[in-house]
Design a protein around this ligand. Structure first.
Ligand SMILES: Cc1cc2nc3c(=O)[nH]c(=O)nc-3n(C[C@H](O)[C@H](O)[C@H](O)COP(=O)(O)OP(=O)(O)OC[C@H]3O[C@@H](n4cnc5c(N)ncnc54)[C@H](O)[C@@H]3O)c2cc1C
Length: 388
């Protein structure tokens, strides 16, 4: 009987892994792909749906358009992974057994125990999240006036928070909507931990769009109409969006695989092997060892690169061959602020650290188009181009 390779998750990690497994295994083993959605979501462009929900069509790609006919797909929510019995349990009571497992479940939002945050804030991790934010922003704007504008608060100014704030600003400008936007970051500057040049370019673009940036104090509590920041700032809100942290999925919390004690992301080596035999993990779900102190970052870029190699490594493991050690290659970052964008340290433009304008906007589109083309072909990529 053929060996069974199970891939869980249909994000960059899962979709990319299925493609690389299909080409590396070449029919040598059965592949079953499991996800809670019947599509791949181009998550790093899903914030576009906040401004324009019709972009949903461009950022969702049917599983059937990605996988080959010989790969089975099961739509189910993973609830538990039993590494002793080599079994994945689903919320619907069913399960699947594996010989090799690739975990690509991504992460869920971390609330850090902040009082009221989980109850009152929108998250930004799915298509439904983006569409829900659109609806609430539109409703709040309809109920507001130019003298008493709707208050939209975005908590967390990393990749997600900045891009979400930018989309809301574009929505406001396109609809002449009475909206104030506040971007709250507990650390000292937006896009924390990054180069000062890219931070300041992003700040300028956001401020040009009248986004009020508040850095240096953490959100300590939230109730149904107020966000409490630091010791003395109280910000009333109509819509609150929280993008301030990620943590491992509940589904892997009690799996007996080595994980980070605080955030439950699975520890995997440079070959993507975890502490459990035959269990591999990549993408945001994993903390992948890298030379030096830091693991690979939780980005689409890193998940995509790892996915290209993991299929070959699983095939090598099956054939008893030594596995390849993967090294993340940081090709730079491109971040949108609505229609605009800032690019930083991108390898295709040497000698220029940070730039914006048309070149950055075009690059942002090209990155999304390249990914869509890689997993489903150039026609869909061309179709999506204007909206990315
Ligand atoms: C608004 C926003 C903007 C971003 N912008 C950028 C950017 O510009 N550049 C960049 O590099 N990165 C960006 N990121 C980060 C990037 O999207 C993530 O790093 C990337 O999605 C990680 O890929 P992944 O496959 O590991 O996880 P995901 O893409 O989150 O995929 C996880 C998959 O698992 C499925 N799943 C989850 N739980 C279960 C379960 N229990 N059972 C079954 N299936 C399940 C999900 O449906 C999904 O298919 C952004 C993220 C957001 C939210």
């Amino acid at each position: 009987m053929s060996e069974q390779v199970v891939v869980v998750g249909s994000g960059y990690a899962g979709a990319g892994a299925v493609k690389s497994l299909e080409s590396s295994l070449d029919g040598e083993a059965d592949i079953t792909w499991v996800s809670d959605t019947d599509h791949h979501l181009v998550l790093h462009e899903t914030h576009r749906c906040i401004k324009d929900p019709s972009i949903e069509e461009k950022v969702t790609i049917s599983i059937e358009d990605i996988k080959s006919p010989s790969t089975d797909f099961v739509q189910a929510t993973v609830e538990h992974i039993d590494t002793d019995d080599r079994r994945v349990d689903f919320a619907n009571g069913r399960n699947i057994e594996y010989d090799y497992l690739l975990v690509g479940l991504g992460t869920q939002t971390a609330f850090f125990g902040i009082d009221g945050l989980k109850e009152h804030a929108h998250t930004m991790k799915s298509l439904d999240d983006a569409l829900g934010i659109h609806d609430e922003v539109a409703t709040a704007a309809n109920e507001a006036t130019q003298t008493d504008p709707a208050q939209i608060v975005v908590g967390g100014a990393g990749l997600s928070g900045i891009q979400v704030a930018g989309e809301i600003a574009d929505y406001r400008d396109e609809h002449s909507a009475p909206i104030d936007i506040h971007l709250v970051e507990g650390l000292d500057e937006i896009f924390p931990g990054n180069d000062a040049g890219v931070q300041s370019a992003l700040r300028s673009l956001l401020e040009e769009r009248n986004v009020n940036i508040m850095c240096g104090e953490f959100i300590g509590e939230v109730d149904e109409d107020t966000v409490y920041i630091g010791e003395d700032v109280e910000l009333s809100y109509d819509v609150l969006i929280w993008t301030g942290g990620i943590t491992g999925h509940d589904a892997v919390r009690d799996a007996s695989v080595d994980k980070d004690d605080r955030n439950y992301r699975l520890k995997s080596g440079r070959t993507f092997q975890t502490s459990k035999e035959r269990v591999f993990a990549i993408g945001d779900a994993a903390l992948i060892d890298q030379p030096g102190e830091e693991p690979a970052p939780p980005t689409a870029q890193a998940a995509w690169q790892a996915a290209e190699v993991v299929g070959e490594n699983i095939a090598r493991e099956m054939r008893g061959k030594p596995l390849k050690k993967w090294k993340y290659d940081n090709k730079g970052t491109v971040i949108s602020v609505g229609e605009d964008a800032v690019a930083h340290n991108v390898s295709v433009v040497p000698f220029v650290d940070t730039f914006g304008g048309l070149p950055a906007r075009t690059l942002k589109k090209a990155i999304a188009a390249r990914w869509i083309s890689d997993i489903t072909g150039y026609k869909r990529a061309l179709d999506a181009w204007p909206d990315m």
